[in-house]
Design a protein around this ligand. Structure first.
Ligand SMILES: Nc1ncnc2c1ncn2[C@@H]1O[C@H](COP(=O)(O)OP(=O)(O)O)[C@@H](O)[C@H]1O
Ligand SMILES: NC(=O)OP(=O)(O)O
Length: 319
């Protein structure tokens, strides 16, 4: 039985329709895929993104902001999306397991991620959240939200970016380990975990959104996972992505892909954190990581889809 941490992107849950109904439907579709790992005999630890959802929630908060009903800060919005997406996953996974005749408990765990309050990321917002905007919308956006930082996101439009410090520790990891050992399927570190700094016995929330790929890598290392799988809306990792000579990788060694990371070839805020998180997991554990499409789970289980990142050198690191 392999212990597998699977990370699902927020953009894979919310595409065009941001209604709860549409996102629940997407989560249900994802759950159908994820249950395939359990049917395969694997032990699953699920984590998910929240970029689109937390950005939308923040917009709702700000739209309703008043003295009597103040907008919640970003760390609390992160916790709220852990709750909502965790609720959707918990029910969808349980339902799929029952439909498959598998009696297993599923449990979403509110997870806090310890960060360094001096992390330079607090001064350099890089994490895209919320909806995509068109270039033509930018002047109006600037006048409505003069304090926002906005970037172009992988050719898909423009998005607000917020600070994204690196995870140092997963506060609840020892409890998560017990839950995994008890055979329960946990949903952990949603949205990368709620960013907090430690002050003695207190944890204090910070206004940021942690990249779930980095916290997935961290939790996978802490619980001795055999594999880290990052599921997104791309078939795999491409070199020269979006260019005429783009090439999708089937299997690649960490030293090869590290050269492309060092040359800043991957898009910041989308593919870069995924490959960095995968490489960190592989480097520190010797176990493989896979980046692949949410719709290809069966083929990923069979080793026929996605990009597998391994510790050893791979002679021809292309498909
Ligand atoms: N080198 C690359 N290889 C594959 N996809 C890439 C690459 N660079 C950018 N992308 C884009 O990154 C997207 C995945 O990132 P994103 O949507 O931010 O992830 P998430 O699913 O975690 O929300 C892909 O759908 C693709 O559009
Ligand atoms: N928090 C986070 O990494 O979210 P996405 O996967 O939606 O970007």
């Amino acid at each position: 039985m392999a212990k597998i941490v699977v990370a699902v992107g927020g953009n894979a849950i919310l595409s065009k329709d941001a209604s709860a109904e549409a996102q629940m439907k997407a989560v249900k579709k994802t759950a159908k895929e994820l249950v395939k790992f359990i049917k395969n005999g694997d032990q699953l630890i699920i984590t998910h993104g929240n970029g689109p959802q937390v950005g939308n929630l923040l917009l709702q908060q700000n739209a309703a902001d008043s003295e009597a009903n103040p907008a919640m800060p970003l760390d609390t919005c992160g916790a709220m999306t852990q709750g909502s997406i965790g609720y959707w996953f918990q029910n969808a996974m349980k339902e799929e397991l029952l439909d498959s005749g598998i009696d297993k408990d599923v449990m979403a765990i509110v997870t806090q991620t310890i960060v360094d309050e001096n992390d330079p990321a607090f001064e350099n917002p890089s994490k895209p959240i919320g909806p995509f905007y068109k270039e033509a919308d930018l002047p109006e956006l600037k006048s409505m939200h003069p304090d926002w930082d906005v970037i172009e996101d992988s050719g898909r439009g423009y998005r607000r970016v917020v600070p994204s410090p690196k995870p140092l520790e997963i506060n609840e990891y020892a409890a998560i380990k017990k839950v995994v050992d008890a055979g329960i399927v946990p949903i952990v570190s949603g949205g990368g975990g709620i960013p907090v700094v430690r002050k003695g016995n207190r944890l204090i929330g910070k206004e940021a959104v942690i990249d779930k790929d980095f916290s997935a890598s961290k939790i996978a290392q802490l619980i001795d996972a055999d594999k880290l799988i990052i599921l997104t809306s791309a078939g795999g990792v491409y070199y020269n992505y979006g260019k005429p000579d783009q090439v999708e990788l089937k299997e690649v060694g960490i030293d090869d892909i590290q050269k492309h990371i060092d040359a800043n070839e991957f898009a910041k805020g989308s593919m870069m954190p995924k490959v960095q998180a995968a490489v960190a997991f592989v480097r520190n554990t010797g176990n493989p990581a896979v980046i692949g499409d949410l719709e290809d789970v069966q083929q990923i289980i069979e080793g026929n889809e996605g990009t597998t990142i391994v510790k050893h050198a791979v002679p021809a690191a292309v498909k």
